[in-house]
Design a protein around this ligand. Structure first.
Ligand SMILES: C[S@@+](CC[C@H](N)C(=O)[O-])C[C@H]1O[C@@H](n2cnc3c(N)ncnc32)[C@H](O)[C@@H]1O
Length: 196
């Protein structure tokens, strides 16, 4: 058995490649399969800390693009110039915090995860509230041809969330990236193009 189960192949790879978290390989796989982030695009990354997805999307959108990260926690690492950070709780974010982006985002990502309580039901419900908040923001800020990526924990309420998402997007895909830890119940709901 390995000395530290969290320091696995992907954690080591992330360190070697200068990424802040192994979760970057989840988004990398989503990007390879679904091309959710475009060069020159504007991306909203909800629950962005410590910042691996910011690092990745910043490279994909390039100098002409913009990545706006939001997290309840502070961002502790410096980021490239095309990244902006807003410290806020997505569940109680002031209307108007995102007003300057009223023209909309090409991509909205949510990798938000609540602090776990140890109670499976409570944790699933907390996660669902974050997913619903992300979906509501997509209704307001995602461009019609945009892409929505949301981490969801499979459990009570998951099927309902999926059904609502299916009504909002022309195409829905479910993806469980290869680097997801075996014990994790998470899966990504990917919505492409808003239904008219
Ligand atoms: C798994 S981490 C995201 C990792 C990130 N994608 C990366 O690659 O670095 C989940 C994040 O969700 C954030 N989060 C949880 N609840 C939140 C909330 N209500 N509002 C904003 N961010 C939240 C946490 O603070 C945490 O940083």
């Amino acid at each position: 058995m390995k000395s530290n189960q969290w320091d696995d192949y992907y954690a080591q790879k992330a360190r070697k490649e200068g990424y802040l978290a192994r979760s970057v390989y989840k988004l990398e796989e989503i990007q390879k399969k679904c091309s959710v982030v475009k060069r020159g695009g504007k991306v909203l990354d909800l629950g962005c800390c410590p910042g691996a997805w910011l690092q990745f999307t910043s490279k994909v959108v390039g100098k002409t693009g913009l990545v706006v990260g939001v997290d309840i926690a502070p961002l502790k690492h410096s980021m490239p110039k095309n990244v902006r950070f807003i410290q806020a709780d997505v569940l109680s974010m002031d209307e108007g915090v995102l007003d300057e982006f009223a023209n909309g985002f090409d991509t909205i990502l949510s990798d938000m995860a609540p602090q776990t309580s140890g109670n499976k039901f409570v944790d699933t419900q907390r996660s669902l509230r974050l997913c619903e908040a992300a979906l509501n923001l997509s209704a307001r800020y995602l461009k019609p041809k945009g892409a929505f990526v949301c981490k969801v924990f499979q459990g009570d309420g998951f099927e309902e969330f999926l059904e609502i998402s299916k009504k909002r997007f022309e195409k829905i895909k479910l993806l469980r990236p290869k680097c997801t830890r075996k014990a994790s119940k998470e899966i990504y709901v990917i919505g492409l193009k808003i239904v008219d």
